[in-house]
Design a protein around this ligand. Structure first.
Ligand SMILES: Nc1ncnc2c1ncn2[C@@H]1O[C@H](COP(=O)(O)OP(=O)(O)OP(=O)(O)O)[C@@H](O)[C@H]1O
Length: 231
């Protein structure tokens, strides 16, 4: 279980979340919904300690992760802001990640092969990042996150730039990644995809979140809640 306890998140004096408490459970996919600028990325970054809250605490199980950093956590944050090494091919970068994780070379090659197959990236593994389209880079970003494999998987706008086939593949993949050891949170404006994969919605309103079950809230109500949160 991941517990946010009374957290307040600010940029300088500007409050993005105030006194937010929430419990995320394993074996669930959460959909984070909110208007542009509501704080979706900020909240995800706070959870994985890429941004630090001003007040409150975050617990993973019984342990506070307030003073931890991203790389201390068994967590993967996937955003569309991919930072790849420009002078390594995509295959070399995957191999490099496996090496950091301590995976032996033949095992790493096998694992990469499986993931490349899954995401249909075989045609692109010898490319350098600058030669890839945005959608293909996004797929590589997700494949890298998948390669890392973590108990906490946070995805920021994962469906953006993907074609409909890849959207479908990713939806299925995320559902297959649900496990009693893993919490998945997906921020997105793509309500169709969220409806297809989520167990719970968290809608950002008034610098806090409101929880809904997907079957108890329709698209028009979601739009109305989001619309009401414009100042
Ligand atoms: N580094 C920063 N410094 C100052 N303000 C920031 C910073 N990053 C984000 N903000 C502000 O915090 C607010 C929340 O931003 P955030 O990126 O979390 O929103 P979002 O819900 O992910 O938006 P979108 O749907 O447009 O991606 C915005 O008003 C944004 O301008």
């Amino acid at each position: 279980m991941l517990r946010l306890e009374h957290i307040t998140i600010k940029y300088n004096e500007r409050v993005i979340f105030r006194d937010l408490s929430y419990q995320f459970q394993e074996n669930k996919i959460y959909g984070l919904i909110g208007r542009n600028g509501a704080g979706k990325t900020t909240l995800l970054k706070t959870i994985v300690r890429l941004k630090k809250e001003e007040y409150g605490d975050i617990f993973w199980g019984d342990v506070s992760i307030k003073n931890k950093d991203y790389f201390d956590l068994d967590a993967t944050f996937i955003s569309d802001d991919h930072s790849f090494f420009q002078d390594l091919t995509m295959y070399e970068q995957m191999l490099f990640l496996c090496k950091i994780k301590g995976l032996q070379k033949t095992k790493a090659q096998k694992k990469i092969e499986g993931i490349v197959d899954l995401f249909k990236l075989g045609d692109y593994i010898d490319y350098f990042p600058h030669a890839l389209s945005r959608g293909t880079l996004q797929r590589f970003g997700i494949a890298f996150g998948y390669l890392r494999g973590s108990k906490l998987l946070l995805l920021d706008e994962p469906f953006i730039t993907l074609d409909p086939i890849q959207v479908n593949t990713l939806e299925k993949l995320l559902i297959s990644q649900k496990s009693p050891n893993r919490i998945i949170v997906v921020s997105s404006h793509d309500l169709d995809s969220l409806e297809a994969i989520c167990d719970e919605y968290l809608i950002i309103k008034d610098k806090n979140v409101i929880r809904y079950l997907p079957n108890e809230i329709g698209r028009s109500t979601i739009t109305q809640i989001i619309g009401d949160s414009y100042e």
